[in-house]
Ligand binder design. Structure first.
Ligand SMILES: [Cu+2]
Length: 174
């Protein structure tokens, strides 16, 4: 048994020595070939890089969409909108007036009266139309023009305590 182990060990050591020998001998040969290999593959590499760069720019260009929210300064000239004052409380909204006209810009002046809330406007299918933070001590202005008349829902978008889920009110767009 012991002699078998010795024999196997010797054979394995021999194999390892053979592998090292093979690698050392052949590495000298590869070193000699190196300039021709690098010349060829550096060329391939720079072409591949240019290809990926072009592809990246093209994909970015095609997949970039315009920012979905209109420019709050440029697209809404000062004093040319309906003003809606919004207060967020635990756990209800004050919203005055709660009826606005479609097709005319609306400025929501939003503040939090106790803790942080999130003012979120949803359409009848509960798709988010727009949102801003309702923060104590700040009045955030959110400008939006409603295209379609209907009953819009106001939901709180920031967890604000026990009855956060019940902070729902309605905005009518005529
Ligand atoms: Cu809330």
């Amino acid at each position: 048994m012991v002699s078998t182990v010795y024999a196997v060990t010797l054979v394995c050591m021999g194999l390892i020595v053979a592998v090292f020998y093979f690698v050392i001998v052949n590495s000298k040969k590869v070193e000699a070939d190196y300039p021709s290999i690098t010349k060829k593959w550096y060329g391939v590499r720079s072409k591949w890089f240019l290809f990926l760069l072009t592809l990246g720019i093209a994909v970015s260009f095609v997949s970039t969409n315009p920012f979905p929210i209109p420019d709050q300064k440029k697209d809404y000239p000062e004093n040319d909108h309906q003003v809606v004052k919004v207060g967020a409380y635990q756990w209800y909204w004050t919203i005055a007036p709660n009826t606005v006209d479609a097709g005319k810009p609306v400025a929501f002046l939003v503040t939090g009266e106790d803790v942080n809330h999130g003012f979120g406007i949803y359409d009848e299918n509960l798709n988010l139309v727009g949102q801003t933070q309702a923060m104590p001590g700040y009045t955030n202005k959110f400008l939006h023009t409603f295209d379609k008349p209907g009953k819009y829902k106001i939901l709180c978008l920031e967890y604000c305590g026990l009855a956060h889920h019940a902070m729902i009110t309605e905005l009518t767009v005529k």
